[in-house]
Design a protein around this ligand. Structure first.
Ligand code: ARG
Length: 459
């Protein structure tokens, strides 16, 4: 293999397979753009501080810009001998402009360089993630608005509990995504700090101007401690953690979608465009996209645990272990954005089976709480009312009738306080509509949630 950029003190060369094991170029070339941007800002700072001459800097800038253009045109080739994106670019620069290229690395180390590239990479992607979350929130609000009065069973323990509004259900996910967005927005604060200028670990004797470089690169802050600058990956851990929670939210929804499209529920119909057939069973329409998003949560959690484990025993400052920080983050970005996009499309085109959802709340005892509340409102202590209704439910199970199917005489046998108006209260839409408590499923409350959400989304 060829002579290494750092080859001065070495006599023997690594074999090809050791080079391959140590190299990161196969994946860190994803940060080629950020690496060139970082170098351009660094070299301009070196001119500004008169560490390098304007003449030298002009040559380096011209060379880097040429490389940038070729990168965008897909014309660059990288080699494993040059190990990583940083040395590949520097080596190409040397081929193009000669030994003056060697001045680019003045007052810089790959340790602060790679950390800076990684920060820049994530800084560019976080707004895209936040945007996709907002798009999904808009879809949820839109659908909630159409379904304020769509009645469905609310579950606890996957058992019919109390009827709710489908709009209320959708707005619950809106709230989860709102917190996700807040987490990613906070993540941005820790990503917006520049490591460059920490050099290898201790800073540099050159009179550099880190604030100048930060301004060039659009960083809001610079790391205050050079050891921390080159060894911190909290911003990446936060990203993986936030992503895990987001995927968890999508996965829960996907689980319910998979249940709801099943023969047993039939609450929801997915568009053909988001389902697949079976190669053997002609009747099948499978919720593949929902299952795949649910499944992909696994790899994202894996990346979080992976990086936490890589980091947990690292002495300060840079260790080569840190090269393991990137692939999981890259893959998470590659997983998150399409998952959000596909989920959004799937949800937008999903049709709730309004009749069937409503029916499911009428063929059960999910209005039992209504009857207990009815008695409690008439002065029966709630505990006692609970007992009375419990016995009516037992009787209903034995005689195969729901509470609203029982005659007034039957109901009054359980409690003389029950009057004819009880049948109104036992209707599921009434049970939902009347839940006016703040944040409840009452129609007015769901409309209030939607109104506030629209404000938050700036609509
Ligand atoms: N490829 C390395 C990484 O991804 C760059 C930094 C290497 N620094 C070093 N001293 N070996 O972390």
């Amino acid at each position: 293999s060829t002579k290494k950029l750092w080859g001065g003190r070495f006599q023997a060369q690594a074999s090809k397979w050791v080079d391959e094991f140590g190299a990161s170029i196969s994946f860190d070339q994803l940060m080629a753009d950020e690496d060139i941007e970082g170098s351009l800002a660094h070299v301009k700072m070196l001119e500004h501080t008169k560490i390098l001459s304007a003449d030298d800097v002009a040559k380096i800038v011209k060379g880097l810009e040429g490389i940038q253009a070729d990168l965008h045109a897909g014309k660059l080739t990288f080699t494993v001998e040059n190990e990583d994106i940083h040395m590949n670019i520097e080596s190409i620069l040397t081929d193009r402009i000669g030994p003056v290229a060697g001045k680019l690395h003045t007052a810089r180390s790959r340790n602060d360089q790679v950390a800076t590239d990684f920060h820049l990479y994530l800084k560019k992607r976080l707004p895209k993630v936040i945007d996709e979350i907002s798009t999904l929130q808009e879809t949820l609000v839109e659908m909630a608005e159409e379904n304020v009065e769509t009645i469905m069973p609310g579950y606890t323990h996957l058992q019919h509990a109390q009827p709710i509004s489908y709009g209320h259900y959708l707005m619950a996910y809106y709230q989860m995504l709102k917190r996700d967005k807040e987490r990613f927005t906070f993540n941005m604060q820790h990503t917006d700090i520049m490591p460059l200028g920490a050099a290898a670990l201790a800073g540099t004797t050159f009179p550099i101007d880190r604030n100048y470089t930060a301004k060039e690169l659009g960083f809001g802050q610079v790391y205050a401690n050079s050891l921390d600058a080159v060894s911190d990956r909290d911003f990446a851990l936060e990203f993986l953690s936030n992503s895990s929670i987001l995927m968890l939210h999508l996965s829960r929804f996907c689980e319910e979608i998979s249940l709801w499209v099943s023969h047993e529920f039939k609450y929801l119909d997915l568009s053909d465009a988001y389902t697949t057939g079976s190669s053997i069973m002609p009747q099948k329409k499978n919720p593949d996209m929902a299952e795949l998003i649910r499944g992909k949560s696994g790899r994202v959690y894996g990346h979080l645990i992976g990086l936490l484990t890589t980091m947990k025993s690292l002495p300060l400052a840079y260790n080569k272990d840190l090269q393991e920080d990137k692939e999981g983050v890259f893959d998470t970005v590659k997983t998150l954005l399409p998952s959000l996009k596909v989920f959004n499309g799937m949800l937008k085109t999903a049709k709730p089976n309004v009749e069937r959802m409503k029916q499911a709340t009428e063929n059960d005892f999910s209005n039992a709480t209504e009857l207990a509340d009815y008695l409690a409102a008439k002065g029966v202590p709630f505990r006692q009312a609970h007992g009375i209704v419990g016995q009516l439910v037992l009787k209903g199970i034995q005689t195969h009738q729901n509470l609203q199917d029982m005659s007034l005489t039957e109901l009054q046998a359980a409690s003389p306080k029950i009057e004819k108006d009880v049948y109104h209260d036992l209707k599921s839409e009434v049970a939902v509509e009347r839940r006016h408590s703040l944040g409840g499923t009452g129609f007015d409350q769901v409309r209030l949630q939607i109104k506030n959400a629209k404000n938050e989304l700036g609509e």
